[in-house]
Design a protein around this ligand. Structure first.
Ligand SMILES: *[C@@H]1O[C@H](CO)[C@@H](O)[C@H](O)[C@H]1NC(C)=O
Ligand SMILES: *[C@@H]1O[C@H](CO)[C@@H](O)[C@H](O)[C@H]1NC(C)=O
Ligand SMILES: *[C@@H]1O[C@H](CO)[C@@H](O)[C@H](O)[C@H]1NC(C)=O
Ligand SMILES: *[C@@H]1O[C@H](CO)[C@@H](O)[C@H](O)[C@H]1NC(C)=O
Ligand SMILES: *[C@@H]1O[C@H](CO)[C@@H](O)[C@H](O)[C@H]1NC(C)=O
Ligand SMILES: *[C@@H]1O[C@H](CO)[C@@H](O)[C@H](O)[C@H]1NC(C)=O
Ligand SMILES: *[C@@H]1O[C@H](CO)[C@@H](O)[C@H](O)[C@H]1NC(C)=O
Ligand SMILES: *[C@@H]1O[C@H](CO)[C@@H](O)[C@H](O)[C@H]1NC(C)=O
Ligand SMILES: *[C@@H]1O[C@H](CO)[C@@H](O)[C@H](O)[C@H]1NC(C)=O
Ligand SMILES: *[C@@H]1O[C@H](CO)[C@@H](O)[C@H](O)[C@H]1NC(C)=O
Ligand SMILES: *[C@@H]1O[C@H](CO)[C@@H](O)[C@H](O)[C@H]1NC(C)=O
Ligand SMILES: *[C@@H]1O[C@H](CO)[C@@H](O)[C@H](O)[C@H]1NC(C)=O
Length: 567
């Protein structure tokens, strides 16, 4: 929530004066709150006759908050209370006498039990209420609907159950509303949604909401961000959504929305930057009108039932950095790459599981893709060779060409890709020896552990593999996966150079000879799979020194001798 505590920020100016009215000693105390003393002391501060703004966020304050005695005559002056990011627990007290409270941030503690119902009876001016990241349970209190001044309500990341109460939609001043990541269910009511005309962000992601997006959403003309992701919502994308012309972010991923996507008219959404429909049941082609959203930076249509070919107009999307079309039925990869290489800002391109059985394109001349860092063309059953144009992708860091039917050998130019740290060419029909060129790949040789990839390139969290796990870019490991091919010959001794490798898979090939001792130099390895080859000799005992190894497989070979223990 960008401007959420905007008001509070303004009030923080008065924080300075409020604090300076404390004694010097008290000021110091504010900064070094002693955990054990916290709760009683906090109650005193909250009840103080002079403090208007109290910010004790990001401390290690523990315990439960105490109830307060009745308010003194002119009322308590406290307007802004930020107790967020501490270790408070227990029920939230029913502080009945907080008549001047404007902003309360209790987020990121361990408060449990129901959300108190009193908030706006006792604090009629409450504008900002952040209860997110606690353990609140039970239903959403109807009384929140009485909060006529409430602009920000964030109760995300709790254990709330039940439906959105009808009364909630009486809080018509709401601009930012989030119940993300709870256990809420129910259908969004056409007639109620319309009341929240001031909404700028609506975040209902990661719950159990069902039913359609109501047409009345088109009346929420100020809406900039809508998150309905990870629910069980269905129906078409309502045409009315195109009336929300300020939309910047739309996230509908992981639902069961359906219908002909090309029926939706994107022409009225010039501000759209992020549009995520991953894992739904949309059909048809990519609507041409989407190419008019010239601000679009991240577009994900993966895991739907879309088909057709890309149109050249996609290169009108000058700011597009993230494009995922994976797991659909798109055709003509030659055409797709030819067009996409003109999206000059593109850094992440995920188009795997399409183009079934086509030929891996080669180009006479190839330019474009200047900024491409991640390329996934896995699971397309593509025929052909590892194409030369990949050598022109000077910024390439991760490449997945696995689960195709590529043949031929690994080209020597691979070592020219100086930023490549993740190469998965497993499950193809590649032949020849494992080239020593691979052992000269700069990123895999480098002693530096951290991957080079700038996390900011992931405009959207990337799901790698079928396990649908969130893959934090920062955690992307250095990987070399050549498994399930037809490689022959010995494992090169030079393998010992790939010091920063975390995962090495050479399984299911026709490799012969001994496991080279130098493999023991790969001290960072977490995964080593040499299974299903024709390797002979002993397992190097020095493998004991690979302390990080968590998966080790040398089965189905002709190895002999003792199995290394310890390590
Ligand atoms: C509440 O505080 C947390 C930090 O503890 C901050 O991230 C969040 O934005 C604040 N909430 C509002 C509404 O400003
Ligand atoms: C929550 O609080 C912890 C410290 O208690 C802090 O490290 C963390 O960044 C906070 N998280 C958020 C989202 O503010
Ligand atoms: C609040 O909402 C309820 C249910 O939607 C409605 O019956 C009631 O009239 C509303 N109250 C006010 C004061 O608007
Ligand atoms: C979500 O809904 C489904 C089916 O309606 C139900 O089986 C499931 O338990 C619900 N999950 C939660 C967390 O409420
Ligand atoms: C968009 O709003 C206009 C005017 O408010 C209305 O006439 C039109 O029907 C709306 N369009 C859709 C698709 O709801
Ligand atoms: C989409 O909307 C634009 C602007 O409102 C309009 O000019 C265009 O004709 C519409 N396209 C379709 C296919 O309805
Ligand atoms: C793109 O976004 C910027 C702000 O980020 C805005 O100023 C501009 O008008 C938008 N472009 C279009 C075509 O609307
Ligand atoms: C997706 O759509 C197809 C037809 O369009 C339908 O057969 C299928 O049941 C739908 N799947 C889900 C999960 O709704
Ligand atoms: C694929 O695209 C290329 C280049 O745009 C075009 O020449 C070719 O006809 C297309 N193939 C099919 C089968 O549509
Ligand atoms: C290997 O790739 C083929 C497609 O070329 C696919 O059908 C098969 O499931 C893949 N095998 C594994 C183990 O991923
Ligand atoms: C392991 O690395 C060290 C230093 O980097 C080198 O001297 C040694 O020869 C390597 N051992 C093998 C077996 O490659
Ligand atoms: C690998 O071993 C299998 C059976 O042990 C044998 O059939 C095959 O010819 C061997 N391959 C090579 C390349 O030695």
């Amino acid at each position: 929530m960008p401007s959420s505590l905007g008001l509070a920020v303004a009030l923080l100016v008065s924080f300075v004066s409020a604090v300076s009215s404390c004694t010097q000693q008290e000021k110091g105390y504010l900064l070094q709150f002693h955990a054990a003393m916290a709760s009683p002391r906090l109650a005193e501060l909250v009840s103080s006759r002079s403090i208007a703004v109290l910010d004790v966020s990001f401390n290690r304050l523990t315990g439960a908050l105490r109830e307060l005695p009745p308010s003194p005559a002119p009322g308590r002056p406290l307007q802004v209370l930020d107790i967020s990011s501490n270790l408070f627990a227990g029920d939230f007290p029913s502080w009945k006498a907080m008549e001047n409270m404007i902003a309360l941030n209790a987020s990121n503690n361990s408060f449990a039990g129901p959300i108190p119902t009193h908030f706006c009876d006792s604090s009629p001016s409450l504008a900002v209420l952040d209860l997110s990241r606690n353990k609140f349970s039970g239903g959403i209190p109807q009384a929140l609907g009485d909060c006529s001044m409430l602009r920000v309500l964030n109760a995300g990341y709790n254990n709330l159950r039940g439906t959105l109460p009808d009364e909630l939609f009486n809080a018509t001043s709401l601009e930012h509303l989030s119940f993300r990541d709870n256990e809420l269910h129910g259908v969004l009511d056409e007639a109620h949604v319309i009341n929240l005309r001031n909404l700028v962000t609506l975040n209902l992601g990661r719950n159990n909401f069902s039913g359609r997006i109501p047409d009345s959403i088109g009346e929420l003309k100020r809406m900039e961000a809508a998150y309905f992701d990870q629910n069980i919502m269905s129906g078409e994308l309502p045409a009315a959504l195109s009336n929300c012309t300020y939309l910047v972010t739309v996230d509908l991923k992981i639902n069961v929305f359906s219908g002909e996507l090309s029926k939706f008219n994107f022409s009225n959404l010039p501000n759209l930057k992020t549009f995520d429909l991953m894992d739904n049941n949309f059909t048809g082609t990519i609507p041409e009108s989407i190419y008019s959203c010239s601000n679009l930076t991240a577009l994900r249509l993966s895991a739907n039932n879309l088909h057709g070919q890309l149109l050249p107009r996609i290169s009108d999307l000058k700011h597009l950095t993230f494009l995922s079309l994976s797991v659909n039925s798109f055709k003509n990869i030659t055409n797709a790459l030819h067009i996409l290489k003109n999206c000059r800002q593109l850094t992440i391109l995920l188009i795997g599981k399409n183009f079934r059985g086509e030929l891996m394109p080669e180009y006479e001349r190839f330019d474009g893709f200047e900024n491409l860092q991640v390329l996934d063309i896995g699971a397309c059953q593509l025929l052909g060779k590892i194409p030369l144009w990949i050598s022109k992708l000077a910024k390439l860091e991760m490449s997945r060409l696995s689960n195709n039917q590529l043949s031929g050998s690994i080209p020597d130019w691979i070592k020219a890709l100086k930023y490549l740290f993740y190469l998965d060419i497993s499950n193809n029909s590649l032949t020849g020896e494992i080239p020593t060129a691979l052992m000269d790949m700069p990123m895999l040789k480098s002693e530096k552990t951290e991957a080079h990839l700038d996390p900011r390139v992931f405009k959207l969290p990337v799901y790698i593999g079928i396990s649908r796990q969130y893959c934090k870019p920062i955690a992307l490991p250095k990987v070399l996966d050549l498994g399930n091919n037809k490689f022959t010959g010995e494992i090169p001794v030079e393998i010992g150079r790939l010091k920063s490798l975390l995962s090495l898979n050479l399984s299911s090939n026709d490799l012969t000879g001994q496991i080279p001792q130098s493999i023991c130099n790969l001290t960072r390895l977490l995964v080593l799979d040499l299974s299903n080859n024709n390797l002979t000799g002993a397992i190097p005992s020095a493998l004991n020194s690979l302390h990080s190894l968590s998966a080790f497989n040398v089965s189905s070979n002709d190895l002999e001798g003792p199995i290394p223990s310890g390590g």
